[in-house]
Structure formats: C-alpha cells, structure tokens
Design a binder for this molecule. Structure first.
Ligand code: GLN
Length: 486
C-alpha cells in the first residue's frame, strides 16, 4: 500500500471492500509522519496511542456494519479547533498547556462520522500570518522546497495533506489562511460561505471573518469533508439555516455544465509573478472551450487589504482580551494583579499578535472609532456590493490565489506590509462572506505549486466545487512533492 497516490475517496473504497483496515491505514500515516515531519514540522501534537484506539474503534464499527460518511479516515486538525481532552494551543505560548474542555461542533460531527484524528497542526499564532513563521513554537516548511514557507496561517494542515500525513485536514480562513497555504503546497483548500460551517469551538480571531474549511488532495475529497462539517448549529448564532446539497452528487452531475465566468480586471492588473500569470492564462484557455469568460470590475478591491487590517485586528483585540492569566492559559509570577496581567500577556503573546492587539485597540478607541472602524465597515459594504453586482452578471469568478509562488523563510517576516499583501486576492472574499476554493493548476520552473481561486455567490459553495472539479478533470495533474518520490 502506497500513500503517495491514495486519496480519501480511494481509501474509503478500500476500507469498504475490506482490502484495508483503518488500523493499517493509520499505522501507515503515523509512519509517514515519523519519516517526513522532522523535515517539515507540520504537527504540534500527535498521540499514537489515541490514534490507534480511534482506528480500532472505527474498524469495530465497520465490522458491525456501521459505516458513516468517513469511518476510519485519518484527518489532521488545525490547532485552533477544540478536541476535548487534547491540547489546543493556537501555536501560542499563552495556551501552551491548554487542554480543550469540549469538542468544537465540527469535531463532534467528524466524530459521529467515524473520523480518526491523527494530530493537531502548526499555524501562525492565533491564525495571524501568511507563512506559519509566526508560530510561537517553530516554523513549518514547504514540502516542495524546504527553504520556503508553506503559507499560512493553516500551514501545518496544508503540509500534512501534501505529504499524506492524514488524508485531509481542517483549517480556518479569516483572510486566506486555507486558500493561500493550499496554493503554496499543491493541494485543494476551501473557505466555505460565512455561516455554512459552525464556528463553535474554533478559537476566535476575527469573528465576522473566521470560517472553518477543508483541505483535500482532490476536489472530491474536499467536497466530502465539506459535506461532513456543513450545516446549521444552534451553538453558533451566525450559522445559517439552509439545505445542504449532496456535494459529490452535485459535482458529478455538473461535469458538463457551462458557466459564465468573470475575470476581475482589478485582480489581473495587479503586479503578479509571470509564472502565476502563465498558469492562470492556461486555465482560462481551457475554460474558454466550454464556458463564457467575461471581464468584470470589482472597483473597491484596492481598499480590501487596508479594510481588513482595521476590522480583523479590531475584532482580534477584543477576542484576545480573555487571555489575561486569570481564567486559563499561561500566568506569569507577579506582585500585583496589574503586573500579572501585563507580564502574562507580555510574555505569552508573540510579536505579530501584539502588533494586531495594538492596531485593533487603537482603531476602536474613542475618538478614532469613526475614522477607522466605522469607515472600514462602510468600505466593507462597498466591497460586498461589488461582488453582488458582479454575480448578477456571472455565475463564478476566477482569479489567482496568490500574487507569487511560495516565498523563502525569512523573506517577508521583518516586513509586515509585504506579508499582508500576499493575501491581496483572498481577503476580499472574507470581507464579503463568500465561498472560494484554491485549486493547484501547475508547477513553476522551480517546481513550486501554483493555484487559482474560484469565488462563488453566497451559499453557492457547490458551484465553486463543480467548476473546480471540471478544471481538475481537464488538467488531470497529480501534485506529488519530490521528497515523496524517492
Ligand atoms: N494572513 C492573514 C492575516 O494575517 C489571514 C489570516 C487568516 O486567514 N487567518 O490575518
């Protein structure tokens, strides 16, 4: 059994046919982690005993004829999603010893569907970053080139899938944290519509933007994972009450459906790396054979990054106020209460998190609120309206996922603005609450993955998956990092 070519869907078939047990599959996955994780450092937590116990339970269920959607499938989970009884650190020293007291709703759902949790993955501290270098513990490396970043903040999740250390993963996306690392690592990553997937049990960064979503090796795998986690949850007041379609059936039935696809001129006139442009054009050429491609305009795009960097830090500064050394997490020794607050937060949070808290506190403070937060909220509405207008004309929108291929470790870490700009194509989608997916479409001359982004109208997540599935079939490429080949 080779993990290299094994998708989640294929693994399910093998498990169904009795050709493979979950214990065998999970043992292979653990071996893969032992072999490759020392090179890339994608995991913060792997508990072998727990993994094997879950796998045995899944095998037992199958023997009893109980097969749920994902029975026996090993998945990794970003370390800002709570799994009861196991650590959740958000890659922050302030939560280094925190054990989750309850399950996130997505975890509850995956448990009831028979998933085996293989471990918790590394990330930028509290999901703030685009390279996983802001982890409070260690950076993760890109499996395609160990000197480069895997993207972030869900870098560990993307790498675990790229190296088959788990057959899929859950990450979170506030401004691009699923799609950008997916593009950098040559896997599929999807941010669902805001409200499609419950945020209960996801450690909050910017609550009006955060959304949990899946990583898969293929579009089918991603669709299956979305199926498992989507749906209303009374524990999350922003969770929508909508009918969830059968995503796999939908993409299969729409393999030949033609769409009107918008190409936003503002995205295309941005300074994009020529290798990204090359694959984008190639994708457009393929799409032209079946679909109608039209130029569209999203005129407020140029304000998106600035708007995001007011709204996200403002929400973060309020969400992160709870880490004060009193209720949970790290507590510093101190002589007075005030000193204890200051020292706990001062020692517990990393540099980028502190920067965001200061930015956000400033933007929300009396006298500046109108000039910053209120203004940003208004621009956010304009960005949303740009998309609404566009979707009156087109079914879907195609853009690059990132302006460049994966950059080198250390290249952008000392220049936060450069780092922030790497999310220029993903951030508008979160501000508008829309579904979007990154699909790998090629490799640069340096053998680095390139992704394109498909954006859909609100709650039309299935359309996004359908177009991605068509492109994936047309291209018929496999993305296997060179270190897996030997
Ligand atoms: N890179 C962006 C940030 O630093 C987005 C992060 C995310 O989506 N969690 O905020």
């Amino acid at each position: 059994m080779e993990l290299k070519e094994l998708t989640l869907k294929k693994a399910l078939n093998l498990l169904d046919e009795g050709k493979l047990s979950s214990k065998e599959l999970c043992t292979l996955t653990l071996e893969q982690i032992k072999k490759y994780d020392p090179l890339v450092k994608a995991f913060l937590y792997v508990n072998e005993e727990w993994v094997l116990k879950q796998a045995e339970e899944a095998d037992k269920k199958r023997k009893e004829g109980k097969r749920d959607l994902l029975t026996g499938i090993p998945l990794s989970i970003k370390d800002n999603i709570l799994i009861k009884g196991h650590p959740t650190t958000c890659a922050s020293k302030i939560l280094a010893n925190y054990i989750a007291p309850y399950d996130a709703t997505v975890i509850e759902r995956l448990k009831s569907q028979g998933v085996v949790f293989i471990g918790k993955t590394n990330m930028d501290e509290f999901a703030m970053g685009s390279s996983t270098e802001n982890s409070g513990f260690f950076p993760t490396r890109n499996p395609w080139d160990l000197e480069r970043v895997p993207g972030g903040s869900s870098g560990g999740s993307a790498v675990s899938v790229a190296l088959r250390m788990g057959l899929g993963s859950l990450g979170s996306d506030t401004g691009g944290s699923i799609r950008q690392p997916a593009a950098f690592c040559g896997v599929v990553g999807m941010k669902p519509t805001y409200g499609l997937v419950s945020r209960f049990g996801l450690v909050a960064f910017a609550s009006s933007l955060d959304q949990i979503g899946p990583f898969g090796l293929t579009v089918e795998d991603t669709a299956l994972l979305l199926q498992a986690i989507a749906g209303n949850d009374p524990k999350d007041s922003t969770s929508a009450e909508i009918e969830i379609p059968n995503y796999l059936e939908f993409i299969e039935n729409n393999l030949n459906t033609t769409f009107k696809i918008g190409l936003p001129k503002e995205y295309y006139s941005y300074d994009i790396d020529p290798e990204i442009t090359k694959y984008l054009e190639k994708t457009i050429e393929i799409l032209k054979k079946r679909h109608t491609m039209v130029e569209i305009s999203l005129p407020h795009t140029k304000y998106a990054v600035a708007t995001y960097y007011i709204i996200a830090p403002a929400e973060a500064s309020s969400n992160l106020a709870r880490y004060d050394g009193v209720k949970y997490g790290f507590r510093a020794e101190a002589k007075s209460l005030l000193e204890m607050y200051k020292k706990s937060r001062g020692l517990g949070f990393g540099k980028e998190v502190k920067r965001r808290i200061m930015l956000g506190t400033y933007a929300l403070s009396a006298g500046y609120y109108d000039a910053y937060y209120l203004k940003a909220s208004k621009v956010r509405t304009l960005i949303k309206e740009d998309f609404e207008k566009a979707f009156k004309e087109v079914d879907l929108i195609l853009t690059p996922t990132t302006p460049t291929p994966p950059f080198r470790l250390g290249e952008k870490i000392s220049d936060p603005l450069q780092m922030y700009l790497s999310d220029i194509f993903t951030i508008p989608v979160n501000l508008a609450g829309l579904p979007a997916l990154s699909l790998p479409v090629g490799l640069t001359t340096d053998n680095l993955p390139v992704g394109v982004q498909i954006i859909g109208p609100q709650f039309k997540d299935e359309l996004v998956l359908a177009l991605a599935y068509q492109i994936e079939k047309d291209l018929s490429l496999k993305f296997i990092p060179p270190i897996l080949k030997d």
